[in-house]
Design a protein around this ligand. Sequence first.
Ligand code: 0A1
Ligand code: ZN
Length: 882
Amino acid sequence: MDIVTTPTTPDGNPELADAAPTPHEPPVIRREDYKPYPWIVSETHLDFDLGLDATRVVSKLTVARNAKADPADTMRLNGDGLELLSVKVDGEVVNNWRMDGDDLILPLSSDAHEVEIATEIDPSANTQLMGLYASGGMLCTQCEAEGFRRITFFPDRPDVLSVYTVKMRGSAEQFPVMLCNGNEVATGEEEGERWAEWHDPWPKPSYLFALVAGDLVSNRGTFTTMNGREVELNIWVREEDLPRTDHALESLRKSMKWDEETFGREYDLDLFNIVAVSDFNMGAMENKGLNVFNTKYVLADQETATDADYDAIEGVIAHEYFHNWSGNRITCRDWFQLSLKEGFTVLRDQLFSQDMQGEAVKRIEDVRILRAAQFPEDSGPLAHPIRPDSYREISNFYTATIYNKGAEVIRMMRTMAGPEKFREGTDLYFDRHDGEAATCEDFVSAIEDGAGLDLKQFRLWYSQAGTPRVTVAQEVVGDGLKLTLSQEVPATPGQSEKKPVPIPLRLAVHSRANGATGPEQLAVLTEAEQTFEYPLAGPDPVVSINRGFSAPVRIKRDVSQDDLAFLAASDDDPFARYEALQELAVGHLVAVASGDRSDADRAAGEDALAKALGAILTDDALDDAMRGELMTLPSESYLFEQMDRPDPARIHEAREGLKATLGTTLASEFHALYDRCEAVPFDGEGARGARKVKTQVLTYAAASDPAKAAELAAHQYDKADNMTDRQGALMVLCGLECPERTARLLDFYNRYKGNALVIDKWFTLQALSLHPQAIEHVKALAKHDDFTLRNPNRVRSLYMAFAGNPQAFHAADGEGYRMLADLILELDPINPQTAARFVPSLGKWRKIEEGRAEKMRGELERIAKAGNLSRDIYEQVARSLE
Ligand code: 0A1
Ligand code: ZN
């Protein structure tokens, strides 16, 4: 192998050949600058000499001029942190290349060439977990979005599709299992060295490449597709984790079946592998035929995973599997189109989970996530449209907006078209663009043509950021109801002027006087202001609006407590019942936290809520899973969002105060409910709902009668035969100052020592707790032997939880902000992608009361001044300060 030690440029300029230092201000990449790549890379052959500390990669590319692009006499091959060993063109070593920053620029004179490049990388030193890295003795890859360039020089952009053949070799002892995309074509072993060759027949972009080598075992299964093809399925894990893989395998089978039935999508290889990795920046990755997963979304058993963990695993397995069509068969032209695959795939996994887990409860959970993560993003300094116009670091755009708002936008198209017509639209999309790198515009056009919708104005949802606000006014006119709806899309950074967007609102007009429920209607608000008329169902009309959360908007209306209580008790749409109760609680809590409720009003508000909640607790027609949702009060961060520069301490006080009052007023109902649920055995009918309700009851008891709560929670902990009960009980105990707390925390640690995912829970429970000393606990936990900045799950288990604990994070002296800024600075050189995820918590400074605002901004400025920041942190901090 030729080794080039001192690369020089064609004109012999050595500086240009050196890796450029990280620029102070990373360049802005703009959507409008998109140009097709001038070369087609029809085939990619990769040869890996695997080693944990040194891996050699030889890539051979078959390239030809792209007739659809501007002609070029060079080829830009992206690189990042690579040691270049040699470059050959058509079999000859060449030295006429040059470096442009980290990219290699290679002159090519003819229409077609063979390009061969050799590089060396050190997977053990790869703490960013992007590219090829070592994790617990195994090697694995993460290439989305721009990780492939950390493996070899390559046109690392999603519109360059190539057919890959990969050969790898390495120690048979260290790497008895070697996996790649597609199918294994040959393997062999000689003198302690093993090799394997894989071929993926489907052309794919580099971000979908994956390789895994290590000592793994698999839970193997099969799935027969709708056309009778048998597919081998494997869930690969470390041997000790094998007993916890059945749920993942079953979830995969269900996903494959559901996608055939619901979207007509059949799997297209004979093998589907999933590998669980404990060091991973995100949840999971949809590499073609070889999904790589965070262990968190694979491993589960009754003893170590909660019901919510089981659901999350099913949802994430489905999400990655669904990407095989929405993402892999049709990929994205450029990263500005990320929501094309992510928004659509999130919608697909949400619909799947609705079918598996129950429609109303799943919808409530999804809306809660949207409101907790996306609404604040959309009204803060990092707001961006679901199809952004520019970025500096694409990793920063794997956001709730791209994913969750992206899904809501497509869900609205489905609501307007109806499920059958929408399916015609998606069929057309899959047909029309199979094998292509497409755009959001391609998707909208296909839905428009296939479903028969006019989406001209609707496209604004792709280009405008900000959550629309819809104001509702109603008036009885004769025997009808006149509904006046108006909308406003707020200004967001870089977008001061907004146009009205089409907003599909499912609604019904009920009668409070006679209890009649009106038929559901679909009103599509397209103007700034519009009126609609509906027949009355009887006197005292009450409007149930945005049922099922048909549009991702905020609704503003004057509605009486009595009307909301009526909707909470009697609406025929379960989602609307939840909404009404939330609205009732939000109205009360915001008024109390702002200090503008008189004692009498406060008592009246508490009374109304106690009545409404009491009805929920005793409604025999409700199942417990739904009851558990309805019992959940709006979170402190959601209340924060509804107020103007609030003091988080007052929100905390108001919410805890209400919990205490409700806990006392409804004590006997709560106890009766707890006793009934406690009698349900683990696998009994409705057992999951019962478990959810039990822990909810404990949270109210913790506020109203802490001694009793401690006793109940300790009892629940001690007799738990599953993680849902045990974690729920420990969560409640963590917030209390009592001897039971210390003993159970210690027991939990000792019981699960060595199980990283459960120890993550142990960190999280303490960091999220309502305990007044939570901030001190977090400081101590950061020094715990089990804490490390090298493992993203562990970092998140402590610090994401802490940043989500309003009482601790928003400590009035700014200590919480200081701790988070310190973390960001320390983590940035190790893992910038994960570090950048913590910046938005500090970016809320414009929305909080002045004292804390100044402290938050001060911390952002301290980070900005630190110098040597990654692109990730630079961009997030700069935008947060603008
Ligand atoms: N496409 C994946 C998300 C993902 C993105 C970047 C990653 O790099 C660290 C990893 C995963 C998904 O939507 O599941
Ligand atoms: Zn995805």
